[in-house]
Design a protein around this ligand. Structure first.
Ligand code: PEP
Ligand code: MN
Length: 347
């Protein structure tokens, strides 16, 4: 921590700040210039709030220089985290993984067809929400556990993995047998009780960025899961709310390389929720891979015009196929490749 004292700070005030720093376990290095005194605290103190120092008499500014996310920080695992799924698929390696499917699980037929189309397009994960966080309580709320059974069957038939949203602690246990990856939605990014519980399961988690979350807040939420002992965690940029209304959210592509610098965790891009409009999704998907994403999470529906949620941002199946082909051409530019499609016995 660095504490810059005000130019008119008295010796007594400086001494008080030093004492407080020492009390917390800092080794204090004092530099007094002509105008100002700077106090540099080094060492590994316990918990402290930098704001406590900002309001001490005589202090001009105080800055934290070490991060609070010890386990999520890049330094914890400089080589990067690789998450290996039950069928051998790895997220966080050289190969970029594409995950696609409808916003919601609506029926057995819709999911069976989606799985076929997703697999044929070359994706490795089937996405789809069975528990849906909807802005209105009157909107479709999802099929629940029945929806997960449907997803599991369809995914198994086409060799896909299942990624789906968990909304509350009581859903974790019953979900375990049907899914391969828990998705924590934007609205739950700071549901700390849920995050803590997910730290105790042995199943990968994809944590989506909150609607108004800073990158530091995303990493602190990640820390909740990691500190429980679950290291199979990936992060997802899905757009944030800004003053812009031309798109559903503002898709923060720069968050992808920033996160890759700050953390060892794999980073996935969700351009569908990022922009909210189908025709903008392909360019943002390509941009995500160019920016260093380890994976993509996108919405595709066999019949988007009839979708029960997020139809406007859902790709048509043939658009997804075309996009994956383009992604395969683009990935080598950034020294990556797109994971090969599942070999379908009955294709
Ligand atoms: C979703 O993936 O369908 C979803 C609800 O996403 P988010 O939590 O990012 O809004
Ligand atoms: Mn959606």
């Amino acid at each position: 921590m660095i504490v810059a004292m005000q130019s008119q700070a008295t010796d007594e005030q400086i001494q008080d700040v030093i004492e407080r720093m020492v009390e917390l376990g800092f080794n204090v290095h004092r530099t007094s210039g002509d105008v100002q005194t700077i106090l540099a605290g080094v060492g590994t103190p316990g918990q402290f709030e930098v704001t406590e120092f900002q309001v001490l008499p005589g202090v001009h500014q105080a800055y934290r220089i070490s991060s609070q996310y010890k386990l999520a920080g890049r330094g914890f695992r400089p080589e990067g985290t690789k998450i290996t799924f039950s069928n051998g698929v790895v997220v966080g390696g050289k190969e970029v993984v594409v995950m696609a499917g409808p916003c919601s699980v609506e029926s057995r037929e819709q999911i069976a067809l989606s799985a076929k189309q997703v697999a044929e397009a070359g994706c490795r994960f089937l996405r789809g929400g069975a528990f849906k966080p909807r802005s209105s309580p009157y909107s479709f709320q999802g099929m629940g556990i029945d929806g997960l059974k449907i997803m599991r069957d369809a995914a198994d038939e086409y060799g896909l993995l299942v990624i789906t949203e968990v909304m509350e602690i009581s859903q974790i246990e019953p979900m375990l047998e049907y899914i391969d990856c828990f998705q924590v939605g934007a609205r739950n990014m700071q549901n700390f009780n849920l995050l803590r519980e997910l730290g105790h399961v042995r199943k990968p988690v994809c944590l989506k960025r909150g609607i108004a979350a800073t990158i530091e807040e995303v990493l602190l939420s990640a820390e909740y899961i990691l500190s429980g002992g679950n290291y199979d965690l990936m992060l997802c940029e899905r757009g944030i709310r800004t003053f812009e209304t031309a798109t559903r959210n503002t898709y923060d592509i720069s968050a992808i390389p920033v996160l890759k610098q700050l953390t060892h965790l794999p980073v996935v891009g969700d351009p569908s929720h990022g922009v909210g409009k189908r025709d903008l999704v392909p360019s943002m998907a390509l941009a995500s891979v160019a920016a260093g994403a380890d994976g993509l999470l996108m919405e595709m529906h066999p019949n988007p015009d009839k979708a029960m949620s997020d139809g406007a941002q859902s790709l048509f199946p043939e658009e997804l196929t075309k996009l994956v082909k383009k992604l395969r051409m683009l990935a080598p530019v950034v020294d990556r490749s797109i994971m090969p499609a599942v070999e379908l016995a009955h294709a």
